[in-house]
Design a protein around this ligand. Sequence first.
Ligand SMILES: [Fe+2]
Length: 283
Amino acid sequence: MAERTGIGLRLPHIAEVVATRPPVGWLEIHPENFLANPHAIELLTDLARDYPISVHTVGISIGSADGIDLAHLRRLRDLVDRLDPILVSGHLAWSSIGGTYLNDLLPLPYTADTLRLVAGQLKRVQDSLGRAYVIENPSTYLSLATSTMSELDFLHALVDATGCGLLCDVSNIYLSGHNMGYDPYRVIDEFPAAAVKELHLGGFTSEDDDATPGATVLIDTHAHQVADPAWALYAHAIGRFGAQPTIVEWDADLPALEVLVGEAAKADAVRTQAREERHAYAR
Ligand SMILES: [Fe+2]
């Protein structure tokens, strides 16, 4: 697994990445950006000779009550077979129903029924891909009244039921803690650490909370550099999980590639320091 931090590879950067081979540990793609773009797949196949690739799907909709889109799953499997990625992952969320695809990752009620649904569909996805499908904690803006357990309890139950790996998005935990009024450090401390396969970092946007005058809501826009409190939480996460492979995500208002590569270098530096402090503490 990659020692250095990787970057989310977005189409506007791909030609420059092919030409310059920036010093990042690995590349994570959204397959939905590539499936209808044979030229981009050619470039990606070329990059896969030099970089480990991770496939992070945004269209599987593992929580859809009416099942997984099998045609999409087949297309994903073809790409995965071609790239042989080091990880395949997707969000604990839903984004399609009745053949309609929504451009959002929507929240699930955390119940025993949802657990059965997600566990069954996770098995279907993994069986189809012939490899593990790692689940990412979502960014949270509301809790559903029908939930009978917390997101953290649901993740534990899902890992217990399926043995799946988890992608811990540290920025999501930070912004969800802000939005929902809980301590993100406690979530890191109680996260199912043994299941963690990857960490994410991304920038968020602060907006006025229309429902609560004077309050702000943090939106997971991936449109900025990683904020200082998320870096601090990342250092804490490394202390808990060890030096897990990390991707910096940036999806909107894309910066120059060198800015994104700089964010990955910063993650390397934060991780190295946190690791040294962890070892010093353990001595
Ligand atoms: Fe993420």
